[in-house]
Design a protein around this ligand. Structure first.
Ligand code: NAD
Length: 428
């Protein structure tokens, strides 16, 4: 099929490359000429494992193209995907201005009927808004909702092997056409109305965030009684009704999706007259988790952090991405900085982003430099390279052998046996 993709961020670009690899002709559009020039040579403007290769292969095979002009991208398109950002506005609601603008531009540019497919996450009812905007076009264009569930860091794997695909719309022919894109995948396709499709996405993110806050609350109780949250988590997760995913205690959730989508869902529910108190508690626990870990750090290195050099390992919001949006590591760093700590940081991919967002962190070229003279080493994001640190080597450069493992990746007994004082979340 001929497909246009409006927006070439994490979701738009990965989806476009995957669709092209399935044999479709995909034309991507973004107004940023520099970005488009980069993409034409196969350079991906952000870090996502394997994406650069998938983009290059499909660009070379003439299935994937990049444009600055919508007119060119929309030419002959049967499907027009919208994959633009829907951030949180100041009041906590979903900011739909980018989506409105993109839909408006498409409506003004279309020269033939097409199916509009919304991939951006937005409150239930947004497809109606898009439909109203698209109605200004001279052509009949059904709107279909096709939410995205990929995770940054494993985006290609997630698109190629999804747990399910959701397609929502009122025009059955359009729904079937969008669903047919995914029929070769070994997965379940849920066909539904647009509002249900929109709500599935919001509910999925809210539920996953709830699991994280739940286990973090349990971790705090574990600390009170000397229990081990990792064992509790294992015992919980083996129950097939619960499942093991998202039951890792730590620094809490962050990123470009969970915080804003939880907030968006809360506001949308409030608009319907429902106070979603469960989600308010989830948010509260997540915010409190930073303070909780901060208190743990103080207990280990002393209450007065002024002038103390701390090594921060991992600053992206999770491993395998350079995305620092709502990164818990940076929220903790901000708190430590406000208490006068001197911060030396290293992240395998997010250094450029951190330099711009948190200039108070002295960025170091590697783990060893970050840890040199540190009064404590703080593992904040569980990148694979931090899971296999040689602690005996690190011991030679640090000032004090204190290891704060906010992601519970090390065995406490092993680290302590190497002479370190060790703190993790919810473990004795
Ligand atoms: P992003 O910020 O990485 O990318 C959005 C892109 O859209 C940018 O390149 C921006 O320049 C472009 N854009 C904005 N307006 C445009 C316009 N009028 N014309 C052309 N391009 C335009 O965002 P993202 O992370 O890819 O997220 C996109 C949507 O997908 C959001 O609603 C998000 O909630 C949702 N989502 C994100 C993820 C994720 O892990 N990032 C996962 C699932 C769903």
């Amino acid at each position: 099929m001929k497909i246009a993709m409006v927006g070439v961020g994490y979701v738009g670009l990965t989806t476009a490359a995957a669709l092209a690899s399935w044999g479709h002709q995909v034309a991507c559009v973004n107004h940023d000429a520099k970005k488009i020039a980069q993409l034409r040579t196969g350079q991906v403007p952000f870090f996502e494992p394997g994406l650069s290769q998938l983009v290059s292969e499909n660009t070379k095979a003439n299935r994937l193209s990049f444009h600055t002009r919508l007119t060119t991208a929309l030419q002959d398109a049967e499907l027009v995907f919208l994959a633009v950002q829907t951030p949180m506005d100041e009041s906590g609601q979903a900011n739909l201005s980018f989506l409105r603008q993109a839909a408006g531009e498409v409506a003004a540019t279309l020269t033939r009927p097409a199916i509009i497919v919304n991939k951006s996450t937005a409150p239930p009812g947004t497809s109606r808004l898009i439909q109203e905007i698209i109605a200004q076009s001279l052509h009949p264009c059904p709107v279909v909702v096709n939410p995205e569930f990929l995770r940054e860091g494993s985006a290609i794997e997630d698109i190629m092997h999804p747990d399910r695909v959701v397609v929502g719309g009122r025009d059955q022919e359009a729904v079937n056409k969008v669903a047919s894109l995914y029929e070769h995948l070994d997965t379940t396709i849920v066909k539904t109305d647009p509002e249900s499709a929109e709500l599935i996405k919001y509910a999925a993110n809210a539920f996953l965030a709830t699991k994280i806050s739940f286990i973090n609350a349990i971790a705090r109780l574990c600390d009170q009684i000397g229990a081990d949250v990792e064992d509790v988590s294992l015992g919980l997760g083996l129950d097939q009704r619960i499942g093991p995913a998202f039951l890792r205690a730590g620094l809490g959730y962050g990123g470009s999706c969970f915080p804003k989508d939880l907030s968006g869902l809360l506001h949308w529910a409030k608009g319907l007259g429902y106070s979603f108190d469960l989600l308010k508690a989830v948010q509260e626990i997540n915010t409190g988790q930073i303070t909780y870990v901060f208190t743990g750090i103080r207990a280990m290195v002393g209450a007065n952090l002024k002038g103390k050099r701390l090594a921060l390992l991992g600053l992206a919001f999770k491993p395998n991405t350079d995305d620092i949006r709502e990164s818990p590591a940076l929220r903790l760093a901000q708190l430590l900085h406000s208490e006068g700590a001197e911060l030396a940081g290293y992240d395998p991919q997010a250094m450029v982003q951190v330099a711009a967002a948190a200039p108070y962190i002295k960025l170091c070229p590697d783990v060893e430099t970050a840890c040199t003279d540190a009064e404590a080493v703080l593992l904040l994001t569980a990148w694979p390279e931090f899971v296999r640190l040689d602690l005996n080597e690190l011991a030679k450069v640090v000032k004090a052998k204190i290891f704060i493992d906010t992601r519970n990746v090390y065995d406490p007994a092993v680290v302590r046996a190497q002479g370190w004082r060790y703190w993790s979340v919810g473990r004795p």
